[in-house]
Design a protein around this ligand. Sequence first.
Ligand code: FAD
Length: 488
Amino acid sequence: MPKKALIIGAGIAGIATAIRLAVKGYVVEVFDANSYPGGKLSEFEKDGFRFDAGPSLFTMPQYVDELFRLAGKAPSDYFEYQKLDVLCKYFYADGTKLTAYANAGLFAAEVSKSIGEPEAAIEKYATNSSNIYNITSHVFLEKSLHRIKTFLSLSTLKSIFRIGKIDAMRTMHKANEAFFKDERMVQFYDRFATYNGSNPYSAPATLNVIPHIEQHFGAYFPKDGMYSITTSLVKLAESLGVKFNYNSRVDEIKLERQKVKGVWVKDSLIEADIVVSNMDVWFTYHQLLRTRPALFPKRILRQERSSSALIFYWGISKQFPKLDLHNIFFSADYNAEFDHIWQQKDIYDDPTVYLNISSKYKSDDAPPGCENWFVMINVPANVGQDWDKLIAEARRNILNKLYKSLGEDISQLIISESILDPRSIESRTSSYQGSIYGTSSNSRFAAFLRHANKSSKIDGLYFCGGSVHPGGGIPLCLLSAKIVSEWV
Ligand code: FAD
């Protein structure tokens, strides 16, 4: 008899795990509380506009392709994407504009022209990021940190031997200040801390590996939008026999002593050999294993959460040729902005605004002559703030900021509006405190304090997704699925 695997959650990691286990010969069933797959990686349509609801930046597409190849299929039969020539357009508070070209030479020349930092400084920085990547990716991203086997391989031992070179003793900001004289370049590279919801003023400089992912491996746009990552992988999973159950919240994980027996969904017990939770690990314990507190990994569940996000989805009745797919409008004082997110737990009145416009690449995402604006700022995790008040203030401040930068009163152009905030992120995807990347990486021990991909106390229970090792973001979620399947 083939073995049976149940997956709690059809987030991107849950879907990828389902594919990997089906390829291994498991009978796989996925349960999701929502009526649609994808969790944070979802979409919606309103007033003639289509919006990707969550992720907008697509990197490391090879981890998606790998899933199709594993199943013996050609990736391009299911999923197409293109590489971006321009990674992002940056608008600084002092009026400086900087285009981050994907081509390293063009980017270094642009920095030298717009900001005055020598091209050699950019090249030196890129070499540093690449070195950190080469040392860390094998151990910290692609393998479990919780298996002896990981530490017995030659490549891991080589990485451990070079661990002193990963710059873990100073913060990202301190390292960036040492690389660049101009504070605009420091701010440029500090921003990469937000790619996993962390704070550049406390996260270790090891995170300066992140620019390497975007600038060296590139950023991409899926031809049918970000949500096609979800839909194409669901299609692949279904072709392998995976059964998806929507509107099916798992209420409890059934244990017999310390071994998994199955899950309870609406008064039905579904039995299985293994269970993989793609649900946020905090809620997995506090909701699905609530009767067994002795099994909780208390220290791990106390880890600081990543930041959250506030998003305005605006249908705009005009097109802006000077804007690109990804655009950043920086705050004048980055330190103050992060102080508000991490210490004061509120929203700074001059937040850095990220603006994504998918209709630049996929014109049918907006009616003719219009654009679909995904306007996001980083905000603290939800600890009970007065969000309605904070959101109203933030909306005014964002519109003022865009007016100063673009010379246009955007409020007059908004013909459709929806909002996602930490409360709705928490309730729609069961993400504790509305954190978008699980736990933060604000300490140099963070990588070691993420929950393992397998329970050490409950036999047959595995974990994938942004709240466990190796962390949040689509590429790492896909790697968590790979680690789970190797462990199984
Ligand atoms: P999730 O997406 O968290 O989904 C978990 C699923 O589990 C949900 O579908 C939920 O309904 C289900 N579930 C929970 N509890 C139960 C239960 N009891 N029973 C059944 N089902 C349950 N990443 C990037 O790479 N690039 C970006 O640009 C980017 N931007 C982002 C912007 C925003 C606004 C957000 C919110 C996230 C962003 N991310 C980005 C992060 C990325 O979206 C996540 O890391 C990733 O999608 C998380 O996937 P996951 O597999 O952990 O599952």
